[in-house]
Design a binder for this molecule. Structure first.
Ligand code: HEC
Ligand code: HEC
Length: 389
């Protein structure tokens, strides 16, 4: 099943959607290779991946001058040591009063996403997603609205960035534009590919890579009692993937029974999921199933960070067939949410089986990804995970 040799992410020149693949190559021009067993990602024809853009995007990603008041960079909410999340239940923008209703998402394998954010059916490219972050006003994440030139001038007048922009966009008379910034950020993000966890090594034939417990947990995860794989399936443990060869890209959203406020299925007012776009009752509480790669490092969990641990996700949410909130304004039994997916039916696990599923989820951590110096802070200020060499 997993025969694909590593091929360069930009295989062929130009990096367009249909570039032929010189199989067997790794890392063309310093760019990452497609892991064995992964499909070839798509890269938009008008933003081919180049080492120059990736280098620029990496610097911008880690630079707090990207926010109007110097308080935030992308990396403040997306830390490599936490698989590019921030450890908070809800993200905080450029000041303490700019609290996001949602939890920062992992950037693991975003090059393969069919849709972006927890429940947005319209954000279909990394470029569009980055634009939304720059200009978001509810909350203010970076604060570019009405301040584009001011922020771009910071880079225009910095010799380091004059060099980086020139290498990213050779021959461009004025690369200091919002569009060029967005293209570089998206290029860096496209390199954040994770496919070398213990689970991946096991699939590639290293039978020792998974402990017997993790192997039994894998069987439970992919079995019909737990049903996890229906929504977190495929090479990226998420159904919403897009890559070369996909005809209809899939963006799927599910209600997992996290809330049931009025007994008729409501979710909290700032987090109603797909309903916010469609206003259809049946879309209440429907969110995208995110990738589970590197999931052990991204607590707290769910769109609003409302579950603290993986054990609680498994036992107090899924095993119960939905979570009960016992008090407060959001009280209600999510298991009885009328819009809940029929796949969230609940199940019984012994303590041993619980530990096996957790061992399997832990085996999805890819330490080469978490410790990859190419993804780290180029200014050297942000610490790596303590396990990194
Ligand atoms: C204030 C914290 C914060 C900052 C700063 C921030 N993000 Fe995010 N990021 C989030 C949150 C919260 C989400 C989920 C948003 C939602 O679902 O509405 C998210 C989602 C994303 C996603 C979607 C991932 C997926 O799987 O769909 C990408 C990509 C992303 N951010 C990239 C960036 C980039 C690039 C920057 C810098 C330009 C950035 N973020 C800055 C908090 C932040
Ligand atoms: C019906 C589809 C579906 C099934 C089945 C399902 N999930 Fe999920 N999963 C989702 C969705 C959707 C979310 C996000 C929900 C939210 O935030 O409201 C999610 C979130 C998660 C998260 C938190 C992710 C994060 O980044 O915070 C974990 C962990 C998880 N699921 C594990 C599992 C496991 C383990 C199983 C099997 C017991 C499972 N899921 C079964 C759809 C599903």
């Amino acid at each position: 099943m997993l025969l694909v040799a590593a091929v360069a992410l930009t295989a062929g020149c130009g990096g367009g959607d249909t570039a032929p693949s010189p199989s067997g190559e790794t890392g063309d021009r310093g760019l990452p290779a497609v892991p064995a067993g992964f499909p070839r990602p798509t890269v938009p024809a008008d933003n081919p991946l180049t080492a120059g853009k990736v280098a620029l995007g990496r610097h911008l990603f880690y630079d707090r001058r990207m926010s109007i008041n110097g308080a935030r960079s992308c990396a403040d909410c997306h830390e490599q040591r936490r698989a590019f999340t921030d450890g908070r239940a809800r993200a905080v923008g450029i000041s303490a009063d700019q609290v996001h209703p949602r939890s920062a998402m992992s950037l693991t394998n975003v090059v393969y996403n069919a849709a972006f954010n927890w429940a947005n059916p319209n954000l279909r490219s990394l470029e569009r997603q980055a634009e939304a972050v720059l200009f978001n006003e509810r909350p203010v994440e970076l604060g570019w609205a009405d301040h584009e030139q001011e922020i771009l001038d910071r880079f225009r007048h910095d010799p380091l960035y004059r060099d980086l922009f020139e290498r990213a966009y050779p021959g461009d008379p004025d690369p200091f534009t919002t569009r060029r910034v967005i293209q570089a950020l998206a290029s860096f993000e496209r390199t954040l590919v994770s496919g070398d966890s213990a689970f991946d090594r096991y699939l590639r034939g290293d039978s020792e890579a998974l402990s017997p417990a993790a192997r039994r947990g894998m069987d439970l995860f992919f079995g019909e009692r737990l049903e996890c794989f229906h929504c977190h399936g495929g090479f990226n443990f998420s159904q919403s993937v897009n890559h070369q060869g996909v005809v209809f890209d899939q963006a799927e959203f599910h209600n997992t029974g996290l809330y049931n406020i009025d007994g008729r299925g409501a979710y909290p007012p700032d987090n109603r999921g797909l309903w916010e776009f469609t206003h259809k009752d049946t879309d209440m509480g429907r969110f995208r199933a995110p990738t589970l790669r590197n999931i052990a490092l991204t607590a707290p969990y769910m769109h609003d960070g409302s579950i603290a641990t993986l054990e609680a996700v498994l036992m107090t949410h899924y095993a119960r067939g939905g979570r009960v909130v016992t008090e407060g304004p959001y009280a209600g039994d999510g298991a009885r949410n009328p819009y809940k997916s029929s796949l969230i039916a609940g199940f019984v696990l012994t303590e041993q089986e619980r530990d096996e599923v957790l061992a399997f989820l832990q085996s999805l951590t890819d330490w080469d990804f978490i410790c990859n110096p190419a993804f780290s802070d180029p200014f050297g200020n942000i610490p790596m995970h303590e396990r990194c060499p």
